[in-house]
Write a protein that binds this ligand. Structure first.
Ligand code: AR6
Length: 173
């Protein structure tokens, strides 16, 4: 797998699938979720249909589901719900599950290229370095037919932290 880190806006990525840092309502929010939903009322309509059907009680944390991508330059949006960071409880497995489940859905769709944001590191408060470690190790270790993965980091700090963790992990191998 070709894995890249870049600084930018996830809504501008020309990839098969863009991953959304959603919440379990699937009905939009701030951050990545707000930016993605601004690019397509069709996405919200599909999310509402999911809420009326299979996900009546919301999409559980750690799971993922796809819709089409509205006016984004992508074919699909894969919505996943990251865990809120907690100092008392270790929710790392749920964050890892978001990345693994998103890749599983991408495989089902036949997506070859996927763009991820740094899930849970914004409103949900996950420390960037630990979020980067979980993101990079999970994507590296998940069997998938996806060929190109890019992590799209919104600011210089997130990009710098992901780059540092990426190099540190490469040295461990
Ligand atoms: N492109 C790439 N990264 C972005 C963008 C963008 N356009 N906008 C923000 N980021 P967040 P979460 C970065 O808060 O922590 C929403 O309200 C941001 O700097 O979007 O998983 C949902 O509805 C941060 O590093 O997601 C949920 O309620 C990272 O993306 C909740 O926030 C994730 O920040 C989810 O919180």
């Amino acid at each position: 797998m070709d894995l890249r880190l870049l600084r930018g806006d996830i809504t501008e990525q020309r990839v098969d699938a863009v991953v959304n840092a959603a919440n379990s309502s699937l009905l939009g929010g701030g951050g990545v979720d707000g930016a993605i939903h601004r690019r397509g009322p069709d996405i919200l309509a599909e999310c509402r249909a999911l809420r009326a059907g299979r996900y009546r009680d919301g999409l559980p944390t750690g799971q993922a589901v796809a819709t089409t991508a509205g006016r984004l330059p992508a074919r699909w949006v894969i919505h996943t719900v990251g865990p809120v960071h907690s100092a008392e409880h270790d929710r790392s497995a749920l964050l890892a599950s978001c990345y693994a489940e998103s890749l599983r859905i991408a495989d089902e769709l036949g997506a070859r290229s996927v763009a991820f944001p740094a899930l849970s590191t914004g409103v949900y408060g996950w420390p960037l370095d630990d979020g980067a470690r979980i993101a990079l190790t999970t994507v590296r270790n998940t069997p998938t037919t996806v060929e190109h993965v890019r992590f799209v980091l919104f600011d210089t700090l997130a990009h710098a932290v992901f780059t540092e963790v990426f190099h540190a992990l490469a040295e461990e191998i």
